[in-house]
Design a protein around this ligand. Structure first.
Ligand code: BYC
Length: 472
């Protein structure tokens, strides 16, 4: 079962007996998990036009073919090594990077890898019912592409656990298949990965904002002094880009269609009357997933983050672009909220590393929102989407437990309870979305009424290509 043919890799799997043995034990459990928790109803009789990574060179990671989902070849890939790579930040700056895990950082590194690994199967679990409500075969195929790649990202983390963490690593790898998104007793580690994704607006917002947290976290892990972690995450970033493409273009196509329907219905009419998704509903879902994804960056002031940085385990996104990499005496001006008022205080930059990464993330999200707003502008519509203030709807960090509106204005608990569904999806919004998504669109080239077709198909195939076909 464990062969280089079944498991494309560039880690010499065929000569690595230890890894083979560990995978022989783990892989059947993974396949069982995929059957039980992967895309429901699309396991046995559907062929999906998927991209499979078969090597890390540009041709090899974009190999397209029809595959049955459980037969997808999940591989193990590390980006090519950088010659004479040196530690790029923290207390060991300039020393050679590590090819093995230093004993003193074993726990911290394992924890980072497990937290990263836990998000990957979680997202597959969150999205497992979406196939039954897909807006087109094109979108269905993109959903499955995202799902199999999240599965591969789990393999990437399991490879690290099996190869560098011995017995503990093997136990952790098993637990990655045992926790379950939203499960009361054994939930996933990070909160956003326990939230349901039961409609396609959530899915596109998730791939836009939560996968973008994946991008910022993977960028910071790719700076790691542990070279195998750096190389693994560098390769994962190539796949992450496609997930954000799915999210950004998915929302862009919804906006496009909303604008068309607004014109059709007359601007003063409610676009829901003609089956579209109104801009306020889009904004509410944006608010929801942006704020949950801000939480994924951890607390503003964090001794964990300081220690990850000092020890060279997790750097800043694009560490090379900073002038100084020790960051011992630098300070960060952080806004605190005291007695109902914002107060700026200087804190040690190392303790603010989560916030530094969050700054990068917010900038990257803001650029995406500007691109979305161009669509509204081109249609002559004056509404605009916007990112809510960072303090809005936070569950982690110093603003958790307080209430703010999307402009960052503080409010009482009572005011919040009265108004929260002006800004976040209500049960009625979800019911409406489910009502327009209740029938899947499986006819090639057809699209649900609430979304415009994409500009082009996948891998130069036409838009009406049969991206998912049912086995005869
Ligand atoms: N939910 O100092 P703090 C992706 C916990 S997404 C629940 O604030 P730290 C993907 C924290 O664990 C990227 N708990 O945080 C996207 C700690 O617990 P303990 C995933 C949370 O450690 C889409 C306590 O609060 N990658 O790839 O500096 C689809 C205080 O800790 C949360 C990573 O996350 C939360 N949101 O930073 C598929 C990278 N936030 O110790 C995939 C690896 C914090 O008190 N992880 N806590 O029990 C990390 O770098 C860090 O663990 C975090 C947290 C940035 C997440």
């Amino acid at each position: 079962m464990i062969s280089a043919e079944r498991i494309p890799n560039n880690v010499n799997l065929s000569s690595n007996k230890r890894l083979q043995r560990a995978l022989e034990h783990w892989q059947p459990k993974y396949i069982q998990w995929w059957h039980d928790m992967g895309p429901q109803g699309f396991q046995d009789y559907h062929q999906v036009y998927l991209r499979t990574a078969t090597s890390v060179d540009p041709e090899g990671w974009a190999h397209f073919e029809y595959v049955k989902l459980p037969e997808y070849r999940w591989g193990i890939f590390l980006a090519e090594p950088t010659r004479d790579r040196r530690i790029g930040f923290g207390d060991f700056f300039g020393q050679p990077v590590w090819q093995e895990v230093p004993g003193e950082f074993r726990n911290q590194l394992r924890r980072l890898i497990v937290t990263q690994g836990d998000t990957e199967p979680a997202s597959v679990e969150q999205q497992r019912l979406l196939g039954h409500r897909c807006p087109s075969l094109y979108d269905l195929r993109n959903l499955f592409q995202v799902n199999v790649e999240e599965g591969r990202h789990l393999w990437a983390m399991v490879y690290l656990l099996h190869s560098y963490f011995g017995r503990d690593g093997r136990d952790e790898a098993e637990e990655l298949l045992e926790r379950q998104s939203g499960n009361r007793d054994k939930p996933r580690i990070l909160e956003a990965f326990n939230e349901p994704i039961d409609n396609w607006l959530d899915f596109f917002m998730f791939t836009m904002f939560t996968d973008r947290d994946g991008k910022s976290q993977l960028m910071s892990l790719s700076e790691s002094s542990l070279d195998p972690l750096s190389r693994t995450t560098r390769f994962m970033l190539t796949e992450e880009a496609h997930h954000m493409f799915v999210g950004e273009t998915g929302i862009a196509r919804i906006l496009e269609r909303t604008c068309q329907l607004m014109k059709q219905a007359g601007y003063s009419e409610d676009v829901r009357k003609v089956g579209g998704i109104d801009i306020p509903t889009i904004q509410k879902h944006l608010n929801q997933w942006f704020s949950l994804s801000l939480d994924l960056h951890g607390s503003e002031v964090s001794s964990n983050a300081a220690s990850y940085f000092a020890n060279g385990l997790k750097g800043r996104a694009k560490e090379d672009s900073f002038d100084e990499h020790l960051v011992k005496d630098a300070y960060y001006n952080m806004e605190f909220f005291e007695n109902g008022k914002p107060v700026t205080k200087e804190i040690l930059m190392r303790n603010a590393m989560n916030e530094v990464l969050r700054d990068w993330y917010v900038g990257d999200c803001a650029a995406g929102v500007v691109r979305w707003n161009r669509i509204l502008e081109q249609h002559g519509i004056s509404d605009r989407l916007r990112l809510p203030d960072r303090k809005f709807h936070r569950g982690i960090g110093m603003y958790a437990g307080f209430h703010f509106d999307p402009n960052g204005v503080p409010m009482t608990k009572e005011q919040w309870e009265k108004r929260q569904y002006d800004w976040l999806p209500s049960a009625a919004d979800t019911a409406y979305l489910l009502s327009i998504m209740n029938k899947p669109v499986y006819e090639p080239g057809k699209f649900a009424n609430y979304i415009a077709p994409p500009r082009r198909g996948i891998n130069q195939q036409p838009i009406d290509f049969e991206y998912v076909r049912t086995e005869q």
